[in-house]
Design a protein around this ligand. Structure first.
Ligand code: ATP
Ligand code: MG
Length: 561
């Protein structure tokens, strides 16, 4: 099976191998050439043909909001992506190494085009469809993309900036209609031949550039090689997602974010599992719950925000017949939400932690003990270090960092594109610094403290926002909370909480509730962490991918712009 082929390359990243693991020789073991399309997808396609993978389970199962469906096996995916590869290289004249922005919603063409890019060695750059003309302009200029692929809804926004984009040469539209200045993908696809000689790509050559979420500043461009996701995601698919070829995984994330590669692209397909997707323009909790009951989805991967919204519904009226594995990543998951999900569905949530720059760094895998609030265990090449790049003992807070010397793990990003200073600043000593602070316990589980910038320093205490937010979430009145520092004449800074109240909580007396919440936090966590200031709000500032932007709240508090 294609996944057996990878096992030796991923040895160090499998959770079973934590003890007794010797310094990574992973690099040396990498094949010189690697291509996800020809080395993984085409192998599954062959197995499908040979009857070694059940053809009744599609590789891609797409459901439209009108109930219309598209189901592709690996063979069909292969055929269509070879055609797409021909469109890109012949009709568009693109070559290996050219950069292409793919700004499409969750439509089947997202996958055929992206796999087509990989076949040709064209570097694909995903972008979310929620971008404005300004965001698109920033991405086109920063990436120097030669081509943009989008739909009729977004084409006008591209056209409004195109005259200022000196690098952009080709616009390709995936829609029913036509538009001046744009090539028509569907027409070209019909005419394109179905055979294509895959371009040889080196394991270490650039395959993709992802923009980070932009939680702490402008999104950064993160370059990954062919092997980074194509091989490095193996342990994610096998151990964290726990997938095999009969599983159907629904990863609820936008194709513009790296989480999509975990839940809807590399990890499931390395395992030969089915990628399920529902074309939902806007998140709707009832739609998600209906889908989980209606379709034989076995595995569900969401973000904490998604679970926070789902648990506010009456889950007992739904029956998830096939669902057996639930996962969360992208942000810290509050134990309270985990408990509510479990009490209403009987299922645990398995947490994972990673970054656009990495593959999965920490995770709770099936069979491991779940410690609510902990992100799980680490692969052996990752350590917690202190300010002087020393490895810390359990129980001490430090930077979560990845060892990069003497050998940089192949599944770590190559660099921030065109930003050597930023790349250099992300390294200290022998380590890549994630920018997140954590504590490892005696059992090797990591606990998230907060992003380094979000840590609050009050009267000499260091306070991580996550713990305070969790304490607040345990109170029935609180639906969501964000905690940041706020100026204080005596203490320098104090803890301030922004709180969204639960919908079923009657309109409160704010002063009384503030006192109540403060007393509650003092009871469930160390009293010095309690929020001295509380503000009730209707919503919290978030990134397009749904992460809380604590930086915006902090800037407001400190009168910065
Ligand atoms: P930017 O780098 O542009 O500010 P970002 O860091 O949010 O944005 P991503 O790469 O999408 O961009 O997110 C990675 C970050 O998300 C991690 O560094 C961490 O702060 C957070 N994160 C991801 N998973 C978890 C988790 N399970 N628990 C806590 N935090 C998590
Ligand atoms: Mg980041």
């Amino acid at each position: 099976s294609p996944c057996r082929f990878f096992s030796k390359h991923c040895r160090g990243f499998a959770p079973q191998n934590i003890s007794g693991y010797e310094s990574p020789s992973l690099y040396k073991e990498l094949p010189e050439h690697f291509n996800f399309a020809s080395d993984v997808l085409d192998k599954w396609s062959q197995m499908e043909k040979n009857g070694e993978r059940a053809s009744s389970i599609p590789a891609l199962w797409w459901v439209g909001d009108q109930g219309n469906e598209v189901r592709w096996g690996f063979e069909e995916l292969g055929f269509l992506s070879r055609k797409a590869a021909n469109v890109l290289s012949d009709a568009c004249g693109l070559k290996k190494g050219d950069r292409v922005i793919v700004m499409l919603p969750r439509i089947p063409e997202w996958w055929s085009i992206t796999v087509g890019c990989i076949r040709t060695g064209i570097i694909y750059i995903p972008a979310t469809t929620q971008l404005t003309a300004n965001d698109i302009f920033y991405r086109l200029q920063a990436s120097k993309a030669k081509c943009i692929i989008t739909n009729d809804t977004l084409a006008p926004a591209v056209d409004s900036v195109v005259s200022k984009c000196q690098f952009l040469k080709i616009r390709l539209m995936v829609s029913e209609g036509r538009r001046d200045g744009w090539l028509d993908f569907k027409e070209l696809l019909k005419a394109a031949p179905g055979d294509h000689d895959p371009v040889k790509t080196k394991s270490q050559e650039a395959m993709t550039i992802y923009f980070t979420s932009g939680t702490t500043g402008y999104p950064k461009m993160v370059e990954h090689s062919h092997s980074s996701f194509g091989i490095g995601m193996t342990s994610t698919g096998r151990f964290w997602l726990d997938l095999n070829p009969s599983d159907i995984l629904w990863g609820l994330s936008d194709p513009g974010w790296v989480k999509f590669v975990y839940g809807s692209f590399f990890s499931p397909w390395i395992q030969g599992a089915c990628v399920f997707t529902y074309s939902m323009l806007q998140f709707e909790a009832t739609t998600v719950l209906n889908c989980l009951s209606r379709f034989p989805i076995t595995s569900f991967c969401g973000t904490p925000t998604v679970y926070r919204m789902l648990v506010q519904h009456d889950l007992t009226s739904y029956k998830f017949k096939s669902l057996k594995h639930c996962l969360s990543g992208g942000e810290p998951l509050n134990p309270e939400v985990m408990e509510k999900w479990k009490s209403k569905t009987g299922m645990d949530i398995y947490e994972g932690y990673g970054q656009t720059e990495t593959v999965l760094i920490l995770s709770v895998c099936k069979g491991m003990k779940i410690k609510p609030g902990a992100m799980g265990k680490v692969s052996p090449s990752y350590d917690v270090i202190d300010e002087n790049a020393n490895i810390l003992p359990p129980g001490e807070e430090g930077d979560i960092a990845i060892r990069i010397k003497p050998t940089r793990p192949f599944c770590l990003f190559s660099h921030y594109v065109d930003e050597p200073e930023k790349t250099a600043a992300s390294e200290r000593g022998d380590f890549y610094i994630t920018g997140d602070r954590g504590i490892m316990d005696e059992d090797g589980y990591f606990w998230f403290v907060g992003r380094a910038d979000d840590i609050i320093l009050s009267s000499g205490y260091r306070i991580g926002p996550f713990e305070v937010e969790n304490a607040l979430m345990e109170h029935p009145a609180v639906a969501e909370a964000a905690v940041v520092s706020s100026p204080d004449p005596i203490r320098g800074e104090v803890v301030k909480a922004f709180v969204i109240l639960s919908p079923d909580f009657a309109s409160p007396d704010p002063e009384k509730l503030t006192k109540e919440l403060q007393e509650h936090v003092k009871k469930v966590t160390a009293p010095y962490k309690y929020p001295r200031k509380v503000e009730f709000v209707q919503q919290l500032p978030k990134t397009i991918s749904g992460k809380i932007r604590r930086k915006d709240l902090r800037n407001k508090e400190w009168g910065r712009t």
